[in-house]
Design a protein around this ligand. Structure first.
Ligand code: SF4
Ligand code: SF4
Length: 270
């Protein structure tokens, strides 16, 4: 059996926000209107089980807002039923917490809710946390990490990566990378699907050619903000969408003490 420590599952690309420094923005724009179908999810589970892989931790991403995934509850139930999947976590902007059913939520081990400055449902989130607080972690979205303001800048590819893969998007597995690789391809000026060995089609033993020594050491890593050799800084995050009835202290209502200084290190991409 092969253990995959953390796999990122990209389930849908729409999002209510358009955060200026969104970690997933380039993938989100690459695949506008994307929704992972149950058929494709079943194919992924089938090949993962048949290959005798065990995914210790599965993170459900967007690249947009995963609570806008049309198959949210049915998809969670299928994932939980699979013997190939261990711990399941999700990342959400918390605007649609009432879309998840009780049995859907029972399939999730940890829910990371990022609260942004346009958050307009403080009563809903408080009630949700009161009921399910043991599995919910709130994240203060006042500031995001900006790796470099200059998209032409490069950094040495000496290994290490703040966004280790693999990632499933559509019916493709990116064995080394998560969503930042799409921004890296854009900065490098190449068509991502034309780069050899960066992704493999979903199929039997899809991780067969994985080479851990390549993580963070490929040429494309020189353009990728998940490369920790880039210097960066925390900067105010503008979600760039106005939502009705947003209180002026939106984040502070949910997370008292929001907006405090952060340590000067890049976050790991969830
Ligand atoms: S809420 Fe912001 S950071 Fe999250 S996926 Fe949407 S645009 Fe990106
Ligand atoms: S640093 Fe390299 S390995 Fe890591 S996500 Fe970016 S392109 Fe992929």
């Amino acid at each position: 059996m092969l253990t995959i420590h953390d796999l990122k599952l990209e389930v849908c690309s729409p999002c209510q926000n358009d955060c200026e420094l969104c970690a997933h923005a380039d993938l989100m724009r690459h695949i506008k209107g994307y929704q992972l179908s149950l058929e494709k999810l079943d194919r992924f589970l089938f090949y993962t089980e048949r290959s005798n892989y065990f995914i210790r931790s599965l993170s459900i991403h967007g690249p947009g807002e995963p609570f806008l995934w049309k198959e949210l509850n049915a998809g969670l139930r299928r994932l939980k039923r699979s013997r190939a999947i261990g711990w399941i976590s999700m990342v959400t902007n918390g605007l649609l917490l009432d879309r998840i059913s009780e049995d859907g939520l029972a399939c999730v081990d940890r829910l990371f809710v990022s609260v942004y400055s346009n958050y307009n449902r403080p009563d809903m989130i408080k009630e949700f946390v009161a009921r399910h607080g043991a599995k919910v972690r709130l994240w203060d979205g006042t500031n995001f990490w900006e790796h470099t303001a200059d998209p032409t800048q490069t950094a040495p590819a000496t290994g290490g990566c703040n966004c280790s893969g693999p990632m499933l998007y559509d019916d493709k597995i990116f064995p080394y990378c998560g969503p930042p690789v799409f921004g890296a391809a854009k900065a490098k000026g190449v068509e991502i699907l034309s780069i050899p060995n960066l992704w493999v089609p979903l199929g039997p033993n899809y991780m067969a050619n994985y080479n851990a020594r390549l993580v963070g050491r490929m040429d494309i890593c020189r353009h990728c903000w998940a490369n920790p050799n880039f210097e960066g800084r925390w900067r105010y995050n503008d979600p760039r969408k106005t939502l009705p009835n947003t209180p002026p202290d939106a984040i502070g209502r949910v997370i008292p003490g929001a907006g405090q200084e952060r340590r000067l290190v890049a976050p790991v991409v969830q």
